[in-house]
Design a protein around this ligand. Structure first.
Ligand SMILES: *Cc1c(COP(=O)(O)O)cnc(C)c1O
Length: 456
């Protein structure tokens, strides 16, 4: 190995962050507030508290406090699987024959297999502290439901998961992991909720969507005594908890005396990307350093690259507050592809504002090229990546190949958000050569933009 950078860099216990970082505190233009669909006014803490835990509502609305202490109980839980390694991808660099230096921050080293556990434990902790009986949520590909089940089991909370029907049927093993951790798992849309019955009546035979499962989970929380709803992405509070990823990476780079030039992450609802970039974006916002930051989304669900920046519903049943974000419209039903956790119609309002302010870039990539990158990565670096994470791998490889052409020795960091063991049906299609790409037409997008509420 050419230079002295170790293959993996870990922080010591003393070097571990003890506070989350809230990027919003350093943003000149703050993300737009959530609006109450009934009156078009910003949601108050009181209104939000009917759905979310009190402390999480505070975090959601806090645009000013830069650093927030991580409670000791959460730090203790983090110790079970953190710090995550910052890995220098020497083998990938060699395979690509690139002068670029590639690093990835690997979040797949826990049973849930993804970064989602970082926020699941925080949200479950605040629910427990409030004296609640349990929480409800939705899950798409299943990583969030698994992470939340693990966190709830650890704290002794009940956990009700609405799982998008197509995933429920295609990923029986994911479902069983959640049940092993004590969660109840219901395929969505279901007959258990008013909104589920309505969606089933309107679209019989539907295989569900994330937006639809969110509506069911929210309704269940509001109607059950001692329950609140928790969400694994999109919200400001989730980006706050995920800042642990970026803070660790930032500290590890400092320890190595290295500064990344390009930071890349896949973007579904924006939580891993928002977390990874947090401290770097903070420096950028304060004018202390500059970085190229790239969000990577599937061409089949291109919220940032082809969406509109507008107020929209966060869910299909329109029971949630309105959020200003890059969106394809809450009526957008993504094609049955394998981007799993990247199939949400909208995007974090914080990342949407940063993107609108041109502080970050976005690109979209097609799924066969994503799986080609996943395969190449798995063969040289050993880890079998999640399809979602592989969007970031694709972009990182593209950047490294650009460096090969120009001879630039740039340092690239990407977020490797998880492992892909439950995605073998998708890998099988890729290996069999039967995987296809799907790009929605302008007409299709126009039809879903027509579902945008007329506000703002
Ligand atoms: C959920 C998930 C994502 C996408 O969610 P974000 O909120 O955009 O981070 C990416 N990778 C993995 C492995 C996931 O489970």
């Amino acid at each position: 190995m050419a230079d002295k950078i170790p293959y993996k860099t870990y922080l010591t216990e003393e070097e571990m962050p003890t506070q989350w970082y809230n990027m919003r505190a350093d943003m000149k233009t703050k993300p737009a507030p959530l609006l109450n669909p009934a009156n078009g006014k910003p949601m108050t803490a009181e209104e939000l508290s009917a759905v979310f835990c009190e402390e999480l509502v505070k975090q959601e609305l806090d645009n000013d406090t830069a650093y927030i202490d991580i409670p000791q109980e959460i730090l203790d839980f983090y110790k079970m699987y953190r710090p995550s390694p910052l890995v220098r991808a020497y083998c990938l660099e060699k395979a690509l024959d690139t002068p670029a230096k590639i690093y990835y921050k690997f979040e797949g080293n826990n049973t849930s297999g993804s970064h989602k556990l970082n926020s699941a434990i925080a949200q479950a902790y605040y629910a427990k502290k409030q004296g609640l009986k349990g929480v409800t949520t939705e899950t798409g590909a299943g990583q969030w439901g698994t992470a939340l089940s693990m966190a709830c089991a650890y704290l002794g909370l009940d956990c009700k998961v609405f799982m998008v029907k197509v995933s429920y049927e295609q990923k029986p093993f994911r479902r069983e992991v959640m049940r092993t951790y004590g969660a109840s798992v219901t395929p969505s849309p279901s007959e258990l909720t008013e909104v589920g019955r309505k969606i089933l009546a309107e679209h019989p035979g539907t295989t569900g969507s994330l937006g639809c499962a969110i509506s069911e989970a929210v309704e269940t929380a509001v109607k059950s005594d001692g329950y609140r709803y928790v969400l694994g992405s999109v919200l400001n509070q989730v980006l706050l908890h995920q800042s642990i990823i970026g803070l660790e990476a930032h500290a590890a780079f400092k320890k190595l005396g290295v500064k990344p030039d390009v930071i890349i992450g896949c973007a579904g609802g924006g939580s891993n990307l928002g977390g990874l970039i947090s401290p770097f974006m903070g420096e950028k916002l304060r004018g202390e350093a500059d970085y190229r930051i790239i969000a990577v989304e599937p061409a089949s669900c291109p919220s940032l690259t082809r969406g509109k920046y507008a107020y929209d519903f966060c869910d299909t049943g329109k029971v949630c507050p309105l959020s200003k974000m890059y969106t394809l419209g809450s009526g957008f039903i993504p094609s049955a592809n394998h981007a799993g956790g990247l199939r949400y119609h909208g995007m974090s309002s914080t990342l949407s504002q940063l993107y609108d302010d041109k502080l970050m870039e976005a690109i979209s990539v097609e799924q066969t090229s994503v799986f080609a990158a996943a395969q190449q990565f798995a063969r040289v670096e050993g880890i079998l990546p999640a399809p979602e994470s592989s969007h970031a791998i694709r972009a990182a490889i593209n950047e490294a190949l650009r460096c090969k052409q120009t001879g630039e020795e740039e340092t690239i960091l990407f977020g490797l958000t998880g492992t892909g063991y439950f995605d073998m049906v998708a890998y099988q299609k890729f290996n069999d050569g039967t995987m296809t790409d799907y790009i929605p037409s302008d007409e299709e997008l126009a039809a879903s933009f027509a579902t945008l509420p007329k506000i703002g």
